[in-house]
Design a protein around this ligand. Structure first.
Ligand code: GUE
Ligand code: MG
Length: 287
């Protein structure tokens, strides 16, 4: 079992150390989170983010806006945060209400404050495998930290990513390819039988679809590493991933639980990225 909570704690502690170093130079990393509407899951994540920020020494502010907020109003807040020297990192919680063009909002955030790594300029840098520092989406980046903690060789092995979102699948594909894996990107149009054939070959399976129980033990190769990015709340209030844990766990060499796997890692990585942006934006070199 890959213990996301413990690994997240290690990442947070390291971010706290670096934030402390910056504070000694008079730089307090600043994170601004914009939440539009009252989606209950989003409220939980945003609360978790501000809690983590407090622990790490990141100055965080959450801007809560009503569901009827216009796109222009969101863009105006983003513009204001772009100008605010105390703000190093801007995150607009997804999903936004349907009347707001999410891509337009993502593109309005300064690439140098784009803590989610969703701006096309940052995505382009990642996809093109450019050198130098730029923010990378926190969920897939956190997944790489989890894989690193398993201390296995990725180089030359096979990976499959299921789901092609900007939040997870696309950047995940790039990061695994960068680790010199052979990567397949599957999605809703991949025929079911084809998907099973592909997952049965894979050494690393990353599932990010929002379909509970999509992947079972029968879909896996013996000894696979299984990363479950899904978070699905069932009618009884329980939280499950996209992987049927009970059947997958006996076949997997490593597997992440839900909750307590990728979720806490995403938040810890967000703190890591915020501290890095503060350093880069103030021209400070961190070790
Ligand atoms: N701009 C933007 N950036 C994001 O990174 C982003 C987003 N929008 N929208 C939604 C997704 C999802 N996400 C999660 C964060 C924390 C947990 C988390 O803390 N999960 C806990 C459980 C939380 C619970 O009880 O519901 C766990 O898995 O153990 C989950 C999911 C960030 N996302
Ligand atoms: Mg500051």
């Amino acid at each position: 079992m890959i213990d996301g909570k413990t690994i997240a704690q290690t990442v947070r502690a390291r971010a706290a150390e670096r934030a402390q170093k910056l504070a000694e130079m008079g730089i307090v990393p600043g994170l601004a989170v914009i939440l539009v509407g009252e989606d209950p899951a989003s409220q939980i994540y945003v609360r978790n983010k501000s809690r983590a920020a407090k622990k790490v020494g990141v100055q965080s502010q959450t801007i809560v806006m009503p569901v009827e907020t216009t796109e222009a109003e969101v863009l105006a807040i983003v513009a204001q945060l772009n100008e605010d020297a105390a703000v190093d990192a801007i995150l607009v919680q997804s999903p936004l209400p349907k009347h707001i063009d999410e891509e337009k909002v993502q593109e309005a955030i300064l690439p140098s404050k784009d803590v989610d790594g969703f701006h096309p300029e940052n995505i382009g840098r990642l996809f093109a495998n450019r050198a130098g520092y730029y923010p990378i989406a926190n969920t897939p980046r956190g997944v790489m930290t989890l894989l690193d903690a398993t201390q296995q060789t990725l180089h030359g092995k096979q990976a499959i990513v299921i789901g092609r979102s900007i939040l997870v699948g696309r950047p995940m594909f790039s990061l695994l390819e960068r680790a010199n894996m052979t990567v397949t990107l599957a999605h809703r149009h991949t025929p079911r039988a084809e998907l099973r054939r592909l997952t049965q070959q894979a050494d690393v399976v990353v599932v990010a679809t929002g379909v509970p129980g999509l992947i079972t033990g029968d879909d896996l190769k013996e000894g696979a590493t299984v990363i479950d990015v899904g978070i699905n709340r069932l009618a009884d209030g329980s939280l499950v991933g996209d992987v049927d844990f009970a059947s997958a766990e006996p076949k997997a060499a490593f597997i992440t639980p839900v909750p307590g796997g990728v979720g806490p890692m995403t938040i810890a990585t967000l703190m890591q990225t915020t501290v890095e942006l503060a350093a880069v934006n103030h021209g400070v070199e961190l070790d």
